[in-house]
Design a protein around this ligand. Structure first.
Ligand code: SF4
Length: 71
């Protein structure tokens, strides 16, 4: 699983930190630190963080997602 947070979009609302506290931590008032490659066992928590972010700044890619095929 790969996690990318658009830090230009992130407004430090910390909702992801409540949803997945082992993977997202806010340092100080506005510096988000996160695990870009969390284990698959954290999938549910990371998905909750994605849903919780009010500005949709978190993107997650799962290895088991079907590969895109050219049309
Ligand atoms: S919930 Fe979204 S806006 Fe808030 S700290 Fe996390 S990534 Fe940033």
């Amino acid at each position: 699983m790969r996690v990318v947070v658009d830090l230009n979009r992130c407004q430090a609302y910390a909702q992801c930190c409540y949803a997945a506290p082992d993977r997202f931590v806010l340092r100080g008032d506005e510096i988000l630190v996160y695990d870009p490659a969390p284990p698959a066992s954290d999938r549910a928590a990371v998905d909750r963080a994605v849903q919780a972010c009010p500005v949709r700044a978190i993107r997650v890619e799962h290895e088991d997602a079907p590969a895109e095929r050219p049309a």
